[in-house]
Each structure stands twice: as structure tokens, then as C-alpha cells.
Design a protein around this ligand. Structure first.
Ligand SMILES: Cc1cc2nc3c(=O)[nH]c(=O)nc-3n(C[C@H](O)[C@H](O)[C@H](O)COP(=O)(O)OP(=O)(O)OC[C@H]3O[C@@H](n4cnc5c(N)ncnc54)[C@H](O)[C@@H]3O)c2cc1C
Length: 469
């Protein structure tokens, strides 16, 4: 099977091509300045590769002409949203052109009668959430990066987030798309109605394809009515196992909160020192839980959740009574990623998912692995989905720590798969997990994925070096 890219096939952007690119997008929307190229070299993984140039197309037609040129002349193109990706998806590993989607920043329509939003991919997720809220509607996907990541990046990675436990992930809200294929053709997939089944479901194929099959230029999203109210509470525990068991118990009782987030003791400690606030009162573990619905529904859910917490060894339980108290809890949860670097200069960040009932076993395993390696392993995440963000903090400059950290990743992936889990719940494969794809995906399935990639991108120019090696 042909690899989806090879270094030999990659061609540089010649002066002649540069001239054509400038003609397509206009002088202001093309840059070969070093400072621009360096700014667009990274994502949140801290991996970087400096592209040859950055282009800022303004419409699907320009995207099509650029990709047509790329396919004909063999130079690579990497689409990019806000660069907050956790798997290196927007890093131009084969150099070439970064296609920054920031000019696609328009909310085209919010159709409150039909619960539909039509939006361009460069719109920041939080901006869209707030815009639909003004119409009494809810766009449920809520990655912790909502204030800076874009809808295009969310679709490409099929972003999850805290509310997935009740509402599902980005994929569940995408009704249709406009996308540009690597060959330059502009396609439309899906529907702008509540349902539709005509043809293959290319929408679902493109969502989560990590910018390797097409560039998304417009999105039709399904919306829900805003719930009447949301109740938020936190609870601390004497051990991570107790917290994990409590999550299992809440779900076993058929209570479906809209968020069940957890932080282990290392996460609590680093947030406390980062924010200079007492986030978890020196606890070993903490849960942050939200329930929504009508006032009576949310009150009832809250009552039942508190009951389960009390019966399952929770320490201090605090129901947030003011908006300020709610924001303070979420501020602590969202500060974990930046706060982690108090533990070391480098981190390996993974986002495994296990069946929710196996959460206590996984938590136990991570604890033992931390003791065995002597490395600080911080875990937190979307416990209600069985989605654990575990971070191995280490120093790349130490060969021993580097070896121990990568061995730990291998062990965690193997154990995750043995429990019936998956190696990524929402951050995607990108370059970070590409070497591990074959551990989870069978050879026949992997071969089919490579054939699909070739059908969409015969010249192998769109985001090469990602996902399928
Ligand atoms: C602090 C922090 C918290 C986070 N929390 C969460 C979380 O709770 N849940 C979660 O799921 N993720 C989370 N993330 C990861 C990240 O924010 C998401 O993956 C997000 O979807 C990336 O969006 P972006 O706009 O930054 O995309 P980028 O990083 O720019 O790109 C990501 C991928 O999308 C592709 N892409 C971008 N735009 C397009 C387009 N228009 N068409 C085709 N492909 C495109 C790129 O090529 C790349 O492969 C977090 C990240 C950070 C830094």
C-alpha cells in the first residue's frame, strides 16, 4: 500500500508558484515573512516545523484554486484553525504551505425556527456558543479550549469536551458541510434539515478526518434549546479510586449529568499553586459535576447526585450557588493544562478512553505506573465519558526520563486497549499518535483508510504525514 506521502514527492514552492498564489489571494493574504512562518509553525503540542509560506484564503473558490495548484505542482498544504491542537495536526511536517482559515470568520445564519446554525470554520467556538445563546439555543460541544479554538479545528478533530457525557461530541451536531477537496473541487455534503439519508454519509467521514481529506469552508450545525437551568457542584475525595468509583455509581443509577470532570491530587496541587487559590483544599481527588434541564429536573438530579456522593465516601460537597462560584470551579478545571508545567519542562499528553465502568481499574494502573517510573503522572479529564487526560511530566534533556516516559505511554496504550478502550477520545492522531494507529486499527481497516485517502487526495498534498503513515 502506497504511503500517503513521501519526502521525495514533496516539491518546494517555486517563485512561479508563489506569484500564482499571490494572484489568487491578493498580496495582503500571502506571507513568506519569517515572523509569520515561525508563528504558524506550532500547535499546543509544542512540536514545530516552519512552513515555506502562509496563505489566508477568503472564500471556497480561492481554497479550490490553491489546492488545484498544489495537486498539480506537488507542494503540501496544511489547514490550520487556531493551532490549539493536541496532536500536531496543524504542524506542517512536510513544510509547504500553511492554509490559515482565520478569514472564514462569519456566522452566516442562525435559524432559530429550525434549530440550525450556518457558520464559517474560522469562527471561534465560544463566539458561536454565545451567539446562539442569544436566540435561546445551545450548541452543546464545549471543549475546554472553546474560548480560542475554531469550529473548523473542532470539526477536523471531532472535539469533545465536558458536556459530551450527556450531549455527545462535535460529530453529533454536524448536519452538513461545504468542503474543498485536495483536487480543488468544491463539494457539499449532508443536509440543512433535521434529518436526511441520501447517499454515503460523507459528512461523518470528513468530521474527524484531521484536515487530511478536505478543507472545510462552511458548516451547518444542529442546535438545541437552552436548558432552563444548570446546577454545578464539586466534591473532594480521600483517593482517586473513590472518585472513580463514585462516577461509576452515578451512571449506574441512570443519572446523566451534563458534565462529570475529575482532577487527581497532582492536578489539584498544580492548579492551586498556579491560580494561588485553594481549588481542592489539598484533596486527593475532586469531581466537578453539572446537571441541567428544567428547574425541577435539575434540582432532582442534583439531589440524587449528592445522595450518591454521600453514600460513596465523598468529603466536602459544595453546590455552587452563585455564577461567580460556578466560574471559579470551571476556572480551576480549565487552568490545569497551563499549570502542569510547574512539574517539569516537558510533558507527554494523552487522552485515552476506557469503558466508564473500567475507570477505577485505569486510575489504579496509572497510579502504579507513576510509582514504578518515578515520574509525575497527572491525570484529569472527562470522567463521565471514561476519557482520561494523563500527562507524563519529564525532562527531555534526561535520556533516562525520556525512555521511561515513552515506555509508560506504550504500557498505558496497551492496558487501555486491553480494557476495551481507545487511544484517543478527542485530541486526534495527528503526528503524536500516528505510530500507534496499528495497535488499535486492524490491517484491513487501515488499508481501507489509506485507499479512501488516495481517492480524496491522489497527489498526497493535503496535510501529509498525519494519521496514516
Ligand atoms: C488548554 C486546551 C484545552 C483543550 N481542551 C480540549 C477539550 O476539552 N476537548 C477537545 O476535544 N480538545 C481540546 N483541546 C484540543 C484542541 O483545542 C482541539 O483539538 C480543537 O478542536 C483544535 O481547534 P483549532 O482551531 O485550534 O485547530 P488546529 O489546532 O489549528 O488544527 C487542528 C486540526 O484541524 C485541521 N483543520 C483546522 N481547520 C480546518 C478546516 N477548516 N478544514 C479542515 N481541517 C482543518 C488542521 O489541519 C489540524 O489537523 C484543548 C487544547 C488546549 C490547548
Amino acid at each position: 500500500m502506497r504511503k500517503n506521502w513521501s519526502l521525495e514527492a514533496i516539491k518546494p514552492i517555486s517563485a512561479r508558484i508563489e506569484k500564482q498564489l499571490r494572484q489568487i489571494v491578493g498580496e495582503d493574504n500571502f506571507s513568506r515573512q519569517k515572523e509569520d512562518r515561525v508563528c504558524y509553525a506550532y500547535d499546543a503540542t509544542r512540536r514545530y516545523c516552519v512552513p515555506e509560506a502562509v496563505v489566508f484564503p477568503e472564500n471556497a473558490d480561492q481554497v479550490g484554486r490553491i489546492l488545484d495548484l498544489a495537486s498539480k505542482h506537488g507542494f503540501p498544504v496544511t489547514p490550520r484553525g487556531a493551532g490549539s491542537g493536541m496532536s500536531g495536526g496543524a504542524v506542517a511536517v512536510a513544510h509547504g504551505l500553511i492554509m490559515a482559515m482565520s478569514r472564514f470568520d462569519r456566522i452566516v445564519e442562525i435559524d432559530a425556527d429550525n434549530f440550525i446554525g450556518i457558520v464559517q470554520p474560522g469562527v471561534v467556538t465560544g463566539t458561536f456558543q454565545r451567539a446562539v445563546q442569544e436566540h435561546g439555543l445551545l450548541y452543546p460541544p464545549d471543549p475546554s479550549s472553546a474560548d480560542f479554538s475554531t469550529l473548523g479545528g473542532n470539526l477536523a478533530e471531532c472535539a469533545g469536551g465536558a458536556r459530551a457525557v450527556k450531549y455527545g461530541v462535535t460529530r453529533d451536531y454536524v448536519l452538513g458541510l461545504e468542503a474543498v477537496l485536495p483536487t480543488g473541487e468544491i463539494i457539499r455534503t449532508g443536509v440543512q434539515t433535521a434529518k436526511g439519508v441520501v447517499g454515503y454519509d460523507l459528512t461523518r467521514l470528513l468530521v474527524g478526518s484531521e484536515g487530511t481529506l478536505g478543507v472545510i469552508t462552511e458548516v451547518t450545525l444542529r442546535l438545541l434549546p437552552q436548558p432552563e437551568t444548570v446546577k454545578t457542584l464539586s466534591a473532594v475525595f480521600g483517593s482517586m479510586q473513590q472518585a472513580a468509583q463514585c462516577v461509576v455509581e452515578i451512571l449506574r443509577q441512570k443519572i446523566v449529568p451534563r458534565a462529570v470532570e475529575y482532577m487527581d491530587k497532582h492536578a489539584i496541587a498544580c492548579v492551586e499553586s498556579y491560580l494561588q487559590e485553594g481549588a481542592g483544599k489539598d484533596a486527593e481527588a475532586m469531581l466537578l459535576i453539572e446537571a441541567d434541564g428544567t428547574h425541577p429536573e435539575a434540582e432532582e438530579a442534583l439531589r440524587r447526585i449528592v445522595g450518591v456522593l454521600e453514600e460513596n465516601n465523598a468529603g466536602h460537597i459544595e453546590v455552587a450557588r452563585t455564577e461567580e462560584a460556578v466560574q471559579s470551579l470551571w476556572k480551576a478545571r480549565k487552568a490545569i493544562s497551563p499549570a502542569l508545567y510547574t512539574y517539569g519542562p516537558d510533558k507527554i499528553n494523552e487522552d485515552i478512553v476506557v469503558p466508564r465502568s473500567r475507570l477505577p481499574e485505569m486510575v489504579d494502573f496509572i497510579g502504579r505506573l507513576g510509582e514504578k517510573t518515578g515520574l509525575t503522572m497527572v491525570s484529569f479529564g472527562h470522567a463521565g465519558d471514561g476519557n482520561i487526560h494523563f500527562n507524563i511530566m519529564y525532562d527531555k534533556a534526561s535520556p533516562e526520563q525520556s525512555v521511561a516516559a515513552s515506555q509508560a505511554v506504550e504500557e498505558i496504550f496497551d492496558y487501555t486497549l486491553a480494557l476495551g478502550g481507545t487511544i484517543s477520545g478527542e485530541h486526534g492522531v495527528g503526528i503524536a499518535k500516528a505510530p500507534y494507529m496499528s495497535r488499535e486499527i486492524r490491517p484491513e481497516t487501515l488499508a481501507l483508510m489509506k485507499r479512501i485517502k488516495s481517492a480524496f487526495d491522489p497527489a498526497g498534498i493535503l496535510n501529509p504525514g498525519k494519521m496514516l503513515l
